[in-house]
Design a protein around this ligand. Structure first.
Ligand SMILES: Nc1ncnc2c1ncn2[C@@H]1O[C@H](COP(=O)(O)OP(=O)(O)OP(=O)(O)O)[C@@H](O)[C@H]1O
Length: 250
């Protein structure tokens, strides 16, 4: 297991958001974290990434407790793409280069530059490389932030709604890049996502959160109409279309 989340509980001052959340993922796996708005998906990622401190429970990466890691070691283990992006006035290239910060001791090396260029190419950002990020569209900026997380070369990539500002083509491209990186580099990804059909395209494992708890967790077998209806309160059909499972609201 690369990541093990054990009995996590988290409350904001006025509300309890996570109750006894436990799960684990292996190398090479993509996990989709699903659930309605406000159910605690982003809070869960922030507890894993130590942005928030859970009141109970533990998060272990390769058996190391994240609470005990220093900032550099944490950054080598987790790359996190949040819903809100930074807005410093830097170029695309420099923004992606920031992903190498945990590895740079004195100077940027040839290896760092190659990794940055590869991440920029993967996301198809070559022509924007020298543009300032405040001159990009929301979708272009989203891809830059994803490239920065890839350049960080972490063991676990975490994305909070990575496709929310992307058009259909870019949604499919980004999802397939994440999946390829995870398989090829034998790392893991945790992705919160509202589009169930996109989740079904890329994820190996699924967590359905409901009322602060894990309602169901497992492989594609848990993505039943019964479970989805119970979590989202919408009648759906789960069908096979061209050898792919799809969720259709009815
Ligand atoms: N800083 C905060 N202080 C207090 N409550 C918060 C804070 N951030 C989030 N919450 C509340 O915690 C709950 C979970 O929020 P969270 O952002 O984790 O949900 P989510 O599942 O990611 O939602 P969405 O799908 O809308 O992004 C919500 O009720 C939200 O209002």
């Amino acid at each position: 297991m690369i990541l093990s989340v054990q009995g996590l509980e988290f409350s904001y001052p006025s509300n309890k958001v996570l109750k006894d959340v436990s799960f684990s993922i292996k190398k090479g796996e993509c996990l989709a974290i699903l659930g309605t708005n406000g159910t605690g998906k982003s809070t869960l990622l922030k507890c894993i990434n130590r942005i928030l401190k859970p009141q109970k429970g533990a998060v272990l990466i390769d058996k190391s407790d994240v609470q005990k890691l220093n900032q550099t070691d944490l950054a080598k283990r987790i790359g996190y793409v949040s819903q809100s992006n930074q807005s410093f006035r830097t170029t695309v290239f420099d923004t992606v280069l920031i992903g190498r910060k945990p590895y740079i001791k004195w100077d940027v090396t040839e290896k760092d530059l190659n990794i940055v260029n590869r991440a920029i190419e993967m996301l198809g950002l070559q022509e924007y490389s020298l543009r300032y990020i405040d001159e990009l569209s929301g979708g272009e900026l989203q891809k830059v932030i994803i490239a920065r997380a890839l350049a960080q070369e972490p063991k676990i990539l975490m994305f909070d709604e990575p496709t929310s500002s992307l058009d259909l083509k870019n949604q499919l491209e980004v999802i397939s890049i994440i999946k390829d990186v995870v398989k090829n580099k034998k790392i893991s990804a945790l992705v919160t996502i509202h589009d169930l059909n996109l989740a079904l395209r890329f994820a190996d494992k699924f967590i359905l959160l409901k009322e602060s708890k894990i309602y169901a967790a497992g492989g594609i077998e848990i993505m039943t109409s019964h479970n989805i209806e119970s979590v989202y309160s919408v009648p759906v059909k789960v069908e096979n279309l061209s050898s792919r499972m799809v969720v259709v609201p009815i």
